[in-house]
Design a protein around this ligand. Sequence first.
Ligand code: NDP
Ligand code: 2IT
Length: 448
Amino acid sequence: MAIKNAYLLDLLERTKQRNANEPEFIQAVTEVFSTLEPVIEQRQDLVDAGVLERIVEPERQIIFRVPWVDDKGVFHVNRGFRVQYNSAIGPYKGGIRLHPSVYLGIIKFLGFEQVFKNSLTTLPMGGAKGGSDFDPKGKSDGEIMRFCQSFMTELYRHIGADLDVPAGDIGTGAREIGYMFGQYKRIANEFVGVLTGKGLVYGGSLARKEATGYGLCYFTHEMLQANGMSFDGKTVLVSGSGNVAIYACEKATEYGAKVVAMSDSNGYVYDKDGIDLDVVKQIKEVERKRISEYVKYRKNAEYHEGCKGIWTIPCDIALPCATQNEIDGESAKILAKNGCKVVSEGANMPSTPEAIDTYFEAGMLYGPAKAANAGGVATSGLEMSQNSMRYSWSFEEVDAKLHDIMKSIFKACDEASKKYGMPGNYMAGANIAGFIKVAEAMKAHGNV
Ligand code: NDP
Ligand code: 2IT
């Protein structure tokens, strides 16, 4: 959507100049600004309070050296990041990404998105993100442990249970959180809920592992129902085969859909009979191998090199659950031509601006990431509550709370889209609903 408001255009221009060479960050800011015009026109008080100038600038950005030694005794140095983006409505909260593509612009885009997402969850959490350009692929457990310990040896002084609570993201799962938690506890000499996504035996929450994927399907179910549709009998594509993808596949299947494809960064598998998720879990969660292994277990399935090809498979619903910009304009057009009616995002910013334009032009339903994938961080918020109470809820209790939160997120997006004159545009609804709460808090706190 084109921005016409002169104030927003000018601020966007200044933001671009100040953050040159960070295209993902600019992309995320541009998308939010493109939907805020009706709010800005009605809320001059927020403009006067400098909320927008402040919201495009992270409160604090920390960059540090992460030295570690591999199994052969060779020294390595990676770069670590924590961007504490906004603490207007609660302690900083957001995941840690370990992937070779990580640089400041990726962490800033993720931190910016996290601010609005966390606001939508209804829980009191500010936004942050962290990570490193470390590549966990092919590393031994010992190498992963030494990296995570070194990472935490610097990070620990910047975080805390009431200050900043990191969690998982790409490349950071229960194993990495465990090593980081152990090192935090050892250095800080305190056992507190300073990380989420912890193991169940030391303060983790039941259903956190499932939460992002399940939450995505709860949100998508609400969106489908509101538009007279359902998952039942639908053909679904799920990209990625990591934490979010696996549990999105599980819940979509429970809702009666048939997931026919999953992928990783090398290629995708197509199983016309429906993905056998036990096989995927064995390959990915237990053996940590490639999705290409799938065809060894399922003889009728096909493996194709290259991850983009997954979007050429005809489907009713696409759930991108891998990474940013994985659906470009070309792929979106192919999805639309093949009859896909719904795109709902498990990954953060998986659709390029051209892809999003295509969804709207084709009249598809579009569930934007910051609403659709908020179930992960929402359940992290529930893990923090349980840690504070020194108590744990059952799987059913956490899952029920997650379900209620996803329903209320859809309701907030739907209502905001209607109130501001863009009914059915859940991207606008998510941005506006997420923004207003944070903006009100920033105004109340004065110019800080
Ligand atoms: P995982 O590390 O568990 O899985 C990531 C998956 O995406 C893998 O299959 C990986 O393939 C694939 N992938 C990663 N990078 C690329 C790339 N550049 N190109 C193609 N495929 C890629 O991560 P998660 O499942 O946790 O995260 C997936 C997405 O969901 C991310 O965008 C993340 O930010 C988002 N998210 C995660 C939440 C969580 O709670 N974990 C919460 C909300 C959003 P390969 O193994 O080949 O790298
Ligand atoms: O992008 C995300 O919301 C996450 N990676 C989860 C963050 C969290 O703190 O649980």
